[in-house]
Design a protein. Sequence first.
Length: 318
Amino acid sequence: MRWPRIRRLVLLALLLTNIVFALAAVLPRFADAYWLLELPGHFRAHLAVAGAAIVLVFGVLKAWRHVLFGTVTTILIAAPVVALWVPAGPAKPTPTALRVLSLNVSFYSRNYTEVLALIDALRPDVVGLVEINTRWINELAPLDQRYKHRVAHARPRGSGVALFSRIPFRHSEVRPFAGTERHYAIGTLDIDSVPMVLAIGHAASPLGGQTSAAVRDRQLAVLADVRREFADREFLLMGDFNTSPWSLAFLRLLSGAGLRDAARGFGYRPTWPAQRLWLGIPIDHHVVSPGIVVKRFSVVGPTGSDHLAVYSELGFTK
């Protein structure tokens, strides 16, 4: 087989691959019609890297029209990922008022000492945990010495939630997601005389099919309703949302609740699966109300879980 023919076949194969990548980034917009259309969109960062590699090969082969097409599609795929490096607004020199750590502990994990060591190292003011069961609550008893205030709901198979705080709660409660065994927790408190609400939840995985994806979306809508319930206070929502920052479900949560992604300005930080971060996607989140300044946002570990923890340092615009 002569080189010109090989070259044509290589270009065709890579062009088709590039088109598939572009479709994988566009199809999630139609995820309401069929849940599987959402899944490839979670891997935008990976598709963008692969697309850039294809453009490089096009350049080596001097296929300039292919380079142009590949560059445009790769930019479209990468744009929402690149946006994570763009700050949500101008930096404000506000003091740090609250340090928050959240983690999906993975209920099957028994790495309690790693979680306790991480909390001890970071010394956050508030710790939010999901997939908590009775065993985890018992093993985290050492936290009671530092975190005098907590609201927790343990479930046998790890669908529980917990908030631990150094700062007294004015009010705290656990509420059920209707129709499921999952719950979410709410705590209200004052930070430097600023009334604030903390909420943590663990939305259902969409991998069970159309019904599961719809359940997750309804649970995120419930969390958006909590924000509207406390619209007169600053608000931090955290947890495992089982969706990426550019999914329809996540964008609806932000727009419906008037919140923004705390990760904006801090780059692409995958949280799951912790053991294969080269394949990782960000599904654990902190989202905040407009009056909150995110001074630091990071993903930290190891945690002994298949998730990494999310840590943020917050201030207030007022």
